[in-house]
Design a protein. Structure first.
Length: 489
């Protein structure tokens, strides 16, 4: 028995949290509050950026504001690569998770207390870095609570996923109420308080986590510490100089994140495919992952517009009056988590019941893109009028379709990535999947500049048709893709 388990229970017989190890409650809590703060802040961020000063906002043009939100969202997923590297090479997952939570708190406090663009800049950088580190390592820490053959593992991850979506549901609702009644900084302040609660709970409970959560799997040799420090310091200096000389600006942030993500993805694919440490079968599977990666980018480019274009749509096109009371814009962000909570169990049951008869992964990916494209086409019947005329029920129905598309692709993508990954590049392949999310999210921010609330038909129809075409293209290529995947379905 390790020192991390003073109660006398082993991880196999500890069933104090709904049949799961008690330590899960602490990770459940910090992740729930992190998602509460993340989605609560993001629910009001875009309108804070483009609302006029008289409305409490910063008055930034909508296209620029959307680009900032997209760049920020893409940076969160880019930061997961850094968070995973820090855990694998220097500190272990649990320590990176703990420090990341503190960084998130600092970011939300900056947004709440520092006025204007300085607060936005400092706050979003800190939240992106912290959320990336926490996202990269929370799942890994949950995995250390179970022995490899523990039959409770899937149920434990389901509880963990429930915590994520509870936070995502409650955050936009409560921050939206404060934003609409007291002001934006009160909404940001509530997000900060939520994250502080999660950090305090976790700081008391982290001692109960197993020693495996603190293990550094592939320690960096001390002889390379100085080199890493020099590279990190140099990167910070270069970024600072580029900001000072005007090469990095608010209006080109999304393009910069897109470029960095493309470079990182190409580099990752090149490193893996040219490595001498993988055999022909593993190399073929990596090639088979490439069309899935492209489809994933197309999917997330549309799906992540929940936080960009859909926010503008909810503000300018959605009839938010409910019995004489105007619903806050951010409440729309709480619809998807409800459907996730309801439908994730349904999809899991369907796949389990179908067993070997369920569609292959490329087919699921293809239908994920097709359904996502169809969701965009569902906006067209409401595009003929102007002003706030779209019924709330219409958005509820469209976001239901968003959720179906997500469940066809997102959890399936994480699963197939681990199956296709070469043994020596397991973490890097997972990072590649997150890079597809980062790229799609940044593209979602860049696309805002093409959205016109007064003439929506071209926007929704073109993007919807492109996504459907990508899905159909993959559907027609299923057989060659499966051959490349070498037995993985």
């Amino acid at each position: 028995m390790s020192a991390a388990q003073p109660t006398g229970r082993t991880r196999d017989d500890d069933t104090r949290f709904f049949g799961q190890p008690w330590a899960l409650v602490h990770i459940f809590g910090v992740e729930m509050w992190e998602r509460f703060s993340f989605y609560g802040m993001q629910g009001i961020l875009l309108i804070y950026l483009y609302y006029s000063a008289t409305q409490g906002g910063l008055g930034i043009p909508e296209a620029v504001a959307g680009g900032i939100v997209g760049a920020y969202g893409g940076s969160v997923y880019l930061a997961t690569v850094l968070g995973a590297w820090l855990a694998d090479r220097l500190f272990g997952s649990e320590r990176v998770l703990f420090v990341s939570a503190m960084v998130i708190v600092a970011g939300h406090i900056a947004l709440a207390l520092i006025p204007g663009l300085p607060g936005v800049g400092i706050g979003l950088v800190l939240v992106a870095l912290g959320s990336g580190g926490l996202k990269a390592n929370a799942t890994s820490v949950v995995g250390t609570l179970y022995a490899p053959d523990d039959i409770r593992r899937d149920a434990g991850f389901s509880l963990f996923y429930l915590g994520i979506n509870l936070g995502a549901f409650l955050g936009p609702i409560l921050t939206g109420i404060l934003q609409s009644t007291l002001g934006f900084h009160y909404g940001f302040g509530l997000a900060a308080i939520g994250m502080i609660l999660g950090l305090v709970q976790y700081s008391f409970g982290r001692r109960s986590l197993p020693d495996a959560a603190r293990v550094v799997p592939n320690p960096l040799p001390r002889s390379r510490y100085r080199l890493v420090a020099l590279i990190a310091g140099g990167a910070v200096v270069i970024i600072a100089v580029l900001v000072v000389v005007g090469a990095i600006r608010a209006d080109n942030l999304a393009l910069i994140v897109i470029a960095l993500t493309v470079i990182a993805a190409i580099a990752y694919f090149a490193i893996i495919l040219t490595s001498r440490r993988i055999d022909a079968e593993e190399r073929s599977r990596v090639w088979g992952f490439l069309p899935l990666f492209i489809t994933s980018v197309a999917f997330w480019s549309l799906y992540q517009q929940q936080f960009t274009v859909l926010t503008i749509y909810s503000d300018k096109r959605l009839d938010r009056m409910l019995f004489g009371w105007e619903m806050p814009v951010s409440w729309v962000q709480s619809i998807n988590p409800v459907f996730i909570i309801i439908l994730s169990g349904v999809f899991a049951a369907v796949w389990t019941r179908l067993g070997r008869r369920q569609p292959a992964t490329p087919v699921k990916f293809a239908f994920g893109a097709i359904v996502m494209g169809a969701a965009f086409l569902l906006f067209l019947p409401f595009s003929g009028s102007t002003g706030n005329t779209t019924p709330v029920l219409a958005i509820v129905g469209i976001l239901f379709v968003f959720t179906v598309a997500e469940l066809l692709l997102s959890p399936v993508g994480l699963s197939v990535t681990t199956k296709l990954a070469p043994a020596v590049f397991h973490t890097q392949m997972v990072a590649l999947f997150f890079l597809s999310v980062a790229l799609g999210t940044a593209i979602a921010g860049e696309l805002v500049r093409f959205y016109d609330p007064e003439n929506e038909v071209p926007y929704f129809s073109i993007l919807g048709v492109i996504a459907i075409a990508v899905g159909v293209g993959l559907l027609l290529s299923v057989k060659p893709v499966l051959r490349l995947m070498r037995g993985v379905r």
